[in-house]
Design a protein around this ligand. Structure first.
Ligand code: F3S
Length: 374
């Protein structure tokens, strides 16, 4: 990979050992994937934030870092809501470690917005290069917004944030953004159906770039659910919601393939994977309106969206549901070893492996009906 003078200097250690190490990571990645150069990034987003997932080794690694990121950088969800961890039943020893992790990231100049929907906080520019690591956010910004990011790991996104650049390969290059397989869905879908579809087709597509043909154009919330499901059960990082070119391969989906819903009798119902948008909160409030929640119903949202939807959240919480920020059902210890009903193709995929929880999927309305039934 070709480096300019300044990049060579960083690699040589002139900006200190932390940036030198970061540059070594970027150069190693660039060499592995055949990148010709580094490109400047507009922002970074870093996964590997919950103490549940990175543990003491992660905290120790972060403690060894100094310096500052050079582009706006946000974090993925952590293991607690920083204001409601007691309600969530999280032990103090976990909270201490979790807050130490956040303090370390903040000391590097990182904005401790802990969300998998950073695009609600700040929308990237079309065609901007990014270094993001949350797989559902990667799928969303590549596909819905038209920015360009590979599916980074936490360390490579942090390295890119410290240097302000990423190796130019994969989805940063137009030639790799061409659809590879047409997926025909000729029956109507709505809401959570898109997460279920994503869960089903992600397993078939793996990392290929699909282009869909739908009966009607999906909403942005539906595309978010679709991308999250495909990114979790497969490793799709870019998709098109309409036909843009001829593909050699094709796939036809039947309604029976996507109908993976089942009635459930869970310990908890959890919505907001990925974190809810304002319009999803509006819909949840409509389904809850005038009802009382009879079993735990948790709704995950970014603190940014929550701060902009205070009265809506008060109405939701008046029914007995709890809205939590900074965290989610997969990375918080609160949801370990439970029976969980979700409306998300991603949470359905991860709950058994990452939470040792049995998971069921229902529509958003089905989830709320379940939560309101003892
Ligand atoms: Fe977000 Fe957690 Fe789902 S990070 S995408 S709510 S698994």
């Amino acid at each position: 990979m070709h480096l300019n003078r300044n990049e060579e200097d960083i690699l040589g250690g002139e900006s200190g050992p932390v940036k030198q190490k970061a540059m070594e990571i970027l150069v190693a990645l660039g060499d592995i994937y055949g990148a010709e150069r580094l490109v400047p990034i507009e922002s970074a987003q870093i996964a590997g934030v919950s103490y549940k997932t990175i543990g003491d080794a992660g905290l120790e690694y972060l403690t060894s870092l100094t310096g500052s990121v050079v582009v706006p950088t946000m974090l993925n969800p952590m293991g607690i809501d920083r204001n409601k961890w007691q309600e969530m039943g999280v032990e103090e020893s976990f909270v201490e470690k979790q807050l130490a992790i956040i303090a370390r990231y903040e000391s590097l100049g990182i904005d401790a917005q802990c969300t998998c929907t950073p695009y609600y906080v700040s929308v990237p520019r079309k065609k901007a290069h990014l270094s993001w690591s949350e797989s559902s956010a990667v799928a969303y910004v590549n596909s819905v917004i038209g920015a360009r990011t590979n599916r980074e790991g936490g360390p490579s996104a942090l390295a890119a944030a410290l240097v302000g650049k990423t190796p130019e390969y994969g989805y940063h290059l137009g030639e790799n953004r061409i659809p590879e397989i047409s997926v025909k869905v000729d029956f109507p879908l709505a809401g959570a159906d898109f997460g279920a579809l994503g869960n089903v087709v992600g397993k078939i597509l793996n990392s290929r770039v699909p282009q869909f043909s739908f009966v009607r154009p999906p909403s942005d919330d539906e595309l978010k659910a679709l991308g999250a499901g495909m990114a979790a059960s497969g490793s799709v990082a870019l998709f098109y919601a309409r036909e843009v070119s001829k593909c050699r391969e094709s796939l036809e989906v039947d309604y029976s393939d996507v109908d993976i819903y089942s009635p459930s009798d869970p310990d908890v119902v959890v919505l907001g994977c990925p974190h809810c948008s304002r319009s999803e909160l509006v819909q949840i409030e409509q389904f809850l309106h005038g009802r009382a929640v009879r079993r735990p119903l948790w709704i995950c949202v970014s603190r940014f969206v929550a701060d902009h939807c205070r009265s809506l959240i008060s109405q939701i919480e008046a029914t007995g549901a709890r809205v939590i920020c900074d965290t989610c059902m997969i990375v918080s210890p609160t949801f370990e070893s439970r029976t969980m009903t979700v409306n998300s193709g991603k949470a359905l995929e991860y709950a058994p492996t990452m939470c040792n929880s049995q998971a069921f999927i229902e529509t958003t309305k089905g989830c709320i009906d379940t939560a309101c039934t003892a």
